[in-house]
Design a binder for this molecule. Structure first.
Ligand code: AHG
Ligand code: MN
Ligand code: MN
Length: 337
């Protein structure tokens, strides 16, 4: 049987369905090649000298790992020459990266978390890459990296594509162009991504939750109530036993939810309150919220739909509650009570 590759899927979305432009098709193919390159670097591990600290901090004040820096460079280099982008922004860069003048400018903006789950790199646990694509507004000021930041400050509803790669036992690329969610598996011998799951759907109900329980004493009342009710199990108000999973790579936790349902929470807590939350809106929460909604799930910050938030800063943080719709609705209701 003829394999349905990522290239073929994108060609059909462009040529047959008219859902994406030729430039967006090219952009996603370039991002997939960068993810393939990151996957190869990760796969070398200690043999490739890619493990350990980079010895620098990013704009969020977090210590960068070598793979954070390397993945960021791979994505920048892969994407700057093609003529499909106006600028890129990343967790690992204070300011946006403008496409150098020697290359043509395109109509899209690309945002990414080049390496998600940094604390899991050195312990050989699944990590990933998250990306989000926006249109560059007409007449946007791209005269300097500082000025270009404004062009990125669009709500998640404006995304034209989003996806993640998860580097686990297999490397997967999970993608939405606003036409449902599809998953591709990297064929390492052939060197390309092959469609392995069409129409990914998140079940509306679940018995599995993901939250960092070590932060329990810092949570707000609605999350304490909800997690308490889940822990009470069959004898409690939710009348069923729950199980807990926390990989601590958002990509891996979200991928599990894409596969069999669940609820993921990095809620507001007293430890992260002054920063606005733990996870970043533009390149973690928004792309994941777009994917989750496209798969039939829901994503809120406890009070608002994530995709409706109008950002005021590139590196803005936000509380995140996402996954199986009925569970997300419940904990969001508890915040309103
Ligand atoms: P990153 O590695 O890109 O900084 O993101 C890490 C994030 C996310 O992947 C994960 O869900 C969360 O941080 C883990 O937080 P804890 O360390 O509190 O478990
Ligand atoms: Mn991350
Ligand atoms: Mn990261």
């Amino acid at each position: 049987m003829l394999e349905r590759t990522l290239a073929r899927y994108l060609t059909e979305e462009q040529r047959d369905k008219g859902v994406i432009t030729a430039d967006l098709k090219f952009l996603i193919e370039v991002v997939s090649r960068a993810c393939h390159a990151i996957s190869i670097a990760i796969g070398k591990g200690g043999l490739g000298g890619v493990l350990g600290e980079a010895g620098s901090d990013n704009v969020q004040g977090e210590a960068q790992k070598k793979l954070d820096v390397l993945s960021n460079e791979i994505l920048l280099e892969a994407n700057e020459w093609g003529g499909h982008l106006a600028a890129m922004a990343s967790e690992e860069m204070d300011l946006p990266h403008l496409v150098p003048h020697r290359y043509p400018q395109g109509e899209y903006l690309l945002l990414f978390d080049p390496l998600d789950g940094s604390s899991n790199i050195d312990v050989n646990v699944s990590i990933g890459t998250i990306f989000s694509v926006l249109r560059c507004p007409e007449g946007a000021d791209l005269s300097s990296p500082e000025a270009s930041e404004n062009a990125f400050l669009q709500p998640g509803t404006a995304q034209v594509a989003a996806g993640y790669a998860v580097y686990g036992p297999t490397t997967l690329l999970v993608l939405t162009v606003g036409d449902g969610v599809v998953a591709f598996t990297l064929d390492r011998e052939q060197g390309h991504f092959v469609l392995t799951q069409e129409n990914v759907r998140i079940p509306a109900d679940t018995k599995e939750f993901a939250i960092n329980m070590a932060n329990q004493r810092f949570w707000e009342a609605p999350v304490r109530r909800y997690v308490g009710e889940m822990q009470a199990g069959r004898e409690g108000p939710l009348a069923k036993d729950y199980n807990m999973r926390w990989v601590a790579s958002m990509v891996a936790d979200v991928h599990r939810i894409m596969t069999r349902g669940g609820i993921f929470m990095y809620p507001m807590d007293d430890k992260v309150r002054d920063k606005g939350g733990k996870l970043r809106l533009m390149y973690e929460a928004n792309p994941m919220a777009f994917l989750v909604e496209q798969a039939g799930g829901a994503a809120t910050d406890g009070r608002r739909r994530i995709l409706d938030i109008i950002p005021d800063r590139l590196h803005q943080r936000v509380p995140v509650i996402l996954g199986s719709r009925n569970e997300v609705d419940r904990v969001t209701r508890y915040h309103a009570a």
